[in-house]
Design a binder for this molecule. Structure first.
Ligand code: NAP
Length: 166
């Protein structure tokens, strides 16, 4: 199973200056609970922005830099290498965790079985965006809404399953 997991603004905003655009505690909790015990694949820039491997999960970092190494993570140089790594270790759920470049290439390759998207009630400046995808090629299998906090915007979780024709 391959899931793309992302939090996106109203115009598919993902980030600015290699950082996130909002801080939503419940969304972080959802990300943690959903991915715990599994493997995350992320681009080198997203890893640099997080700065450390996330506990309880394997972290695969995609980079073209052959000398790239970070403690507690595994470096890969292609999607194929990442998939092979999962297969060899019997990982049954890979989470593609961004950023923009990685989501784009994953969707182009139709790698995803599902999208786990947090739609954030945010509109603003961004330099990284989630690709413009066609929602009609997915079945909505879960939806839940979360109210705004004192300092955090409202958001809605949607799980979209890829249809056989996508
Ligand atoms: N809202 C969200 O859910 C969310 C999630 C994740 C990230 N983000 C945000 O997204 C932004 C970062 O995204 P980004 O698009 O700038 O960068 P990114 O996708 O995280 O990383 C891009 C890097 O990945 C490597 N790469 C890309 N394609 C590759 C391929 N085919 N083979 C090997 N390596 C490849 C390259 O690393 P090298 O340059 O080292 O070769 C490239 O520079 C940040 O603002 C972050 O906060 C948001």
């Amino acid at each position: 199973m391959i899931s793309l997991i992302a939090a996106i603004g109203k115009n598919r905003e993902l980030g600015l200056g290699n950082a996130m655009l909002w801080h939503i505690k419940e969304d972080f909790k959802h990300f943690k609970e959903t991915t715990m015990g599994h493997t995350l694949l992320m681009g080198r820039k997203t890893f640099e922005s997080i700065g450390r491997p996330l506990p309880g999960r394997h972290t695969l970092i995609l980079t073209r830099d052959r000398s790239f190494k970070r403690e507690g993570t595994h470096t890969v140089h292609s999607f194929e290498e990442a998939l092979k790594w999962c297969e060899e270790r019997g990982e049954e759920h890979l989470f593609i965790a961004g950023g923009g470049e990685i989501y784009k290439q994953a969707l182009e390759r139709n790698l995803e079985d599902q999208l786990i998207l947090s739609y954030v009630d945010f509109e603003g400046e961004a330099d990284t965006f989630f690709p413009d995808f066609n929602e009609s090629q997915y079945d909505l299998i879960h939806k839940s809404a979360f109210a705004a906090g004192e300092k955090s915007p409202a958001w809605e979780l949607r799980v979209l399953k890829a249809t056989p024709h996508h």
